[in-house]
Design a protein around this ligand. Structure first.
Ligand SMILES: [Zn+2]
Length: 197
């Protein structure tokens, strides 16, 4: 018995694959959403946690390998299936942290078999996405300019981006990652005052 009514997130940069897979899965009774790359997949997951992630491995910007690794760390309750047309068979390609592998084009039967073999899907409480502890960031240089820039590394998608900061802001600030829109709390480590005698 497939886990009907389970929520599946299909991630593929090919619109045709997204549409086809979504239709097939909806036909099987799954609640399906889709995303066109790893960053938008992370946004979708933040909106609502899927039970199953079915992701292509080769995608621009953030590959399925990276997405699987991020989801494995942040959302261990999500069942992960890798899919690709570049690998043959049923073995999960090395480097992909997935529970199962679906070779694209190997048919609905094969997909049904993989989904049916997943352990029973439990409704686990979603884990908080952002931790309560802010990132501590060092200021780049210490000019007298009122506005400076810091570089923030997103703990979710592991990408960096520049962030303008203003001294009038409080200690703990908040911004959204420009890549995956994860909310990030951060605080600036002030450079030590010069020890003048
Ligand atoms: Zn991010």
């Amino acid at each position: 018995m497939p886990n009907t009514k389970a929520k599946v997130l299909v991630v593929d940069d090919e619109p045709l694959i997204r549409t086809t897979m979504s239709m097939v899965l909806a036909e099987m009774g799954y609640q399906v959403r889709s995303a066109e790359n790893g960053f938008s997949a992370l946004r979708e997951i933040r909106q609502e946690m899927p039970d199953i992630l079915l992701t292509d491995l080769n995608m621009p910007d953030m590959s399925g390998f990276e997405l699987l690794s991020v989801v494995g760390r942040r959302f261990p309750a999500v069942h992960k299936i890798a899919m690709s047309g570049a690998y043959l068979g049923t073995e999960v390609p090395s480097g992909a942290s997935a529970d199962a592998f679906y070779q694209k084009g190997s048919g609905v039967e094969a997909l049904l078999h993989i989904l049916g073999a997943l352990p029973h899907i439990e409704q686990l409480a979603p884990q908080p996405f952002s931790s309560a502890v802010p990132l501590w960031i060092h200021r780049n240089g210490h000019g007298s300019a009122p506005e400076t820039c810091v570089t923030i590394s997103c703990p979710v998608c592991l990408r960096s981006f520049p962030q303008a900061i203003d001294d009038s802001d409080g200690l703990v600030r908040e911004t959204d990652c420009i890549h995956c829109s994860n909310p990030i709390q951060y605080a600036i480590v002030q450079p030590p005052d010069r020890m003048s005698v």
